[in-house]
Write a protein that binds this ligand. Sequence first.
Ligand SMILES: [Fe+2]
Length: 237
Amino acid sequence: MSLYIKQLLAGRDFAKADSFARQMANFVYLIGDTEQRVCMVVDPAWDIPGIIEFAEKEDMRLIGALVTHYHPDHIGGDIFGHSITGLAELISIRPVKVHVNEVESAGVKQVSGLSESDIAKHKGGDDISIGNVRVRLLHTPGHTPGSQCFLADSALISGDTLFIGGCGRVDLPGGNPEQMYHSLTQVLARLPEDTLLFPGHNYAAKEVSTIGDEKKDNYYLRIGSLEDWKSLMGSSE
Ligand SMILES: [Fe+2]
């Protein structure tokens, strides 16, 4: 497998002059095939020309976009009085397909301004090929109804479902504690322990973890019952 994966931190590796980007600490990823030199961008936002320029410098051709979920800090849109650039600018520069979970498609269109023809809708379990690299789409609702994670070889890009030492909020519109509990304990915790974890935000002391380390250290993967989970999530991120 010729997996290519790059982790870019908004406000540091691109969008360097954007203090709000620094504050939000989103990771954007390029994932693809080192041999065929093609990649897709995961959650393009904040500084689209900067992301495209990074891919070009790496000699990687951008052939698509993958969306973990519809929040504006991941796909562009308005949040906290700020307007973030994202998918709409990307496809105006590079008209590529945007791959979303079918449940998330309406929200993605509404938040980003994309139209139906820009979007490729997927079900959980679908595979996407990027050159010879295969990416499995895991439907992991909880943070939003159509949140998805991307699994390629032994790398997982987890969006705002699983963070290093934490998990995504379930108290925002569309959030669902019960679904989050299921996604974490029945889907992500069942991945091989050596799976590398690439989260959607830089909220921890390290930027990459493994499923094995998170099963040891991440409290949210250790909660034994849905009842305990619900009482915890009622008052926390
Ligand atoms: Fe989010």
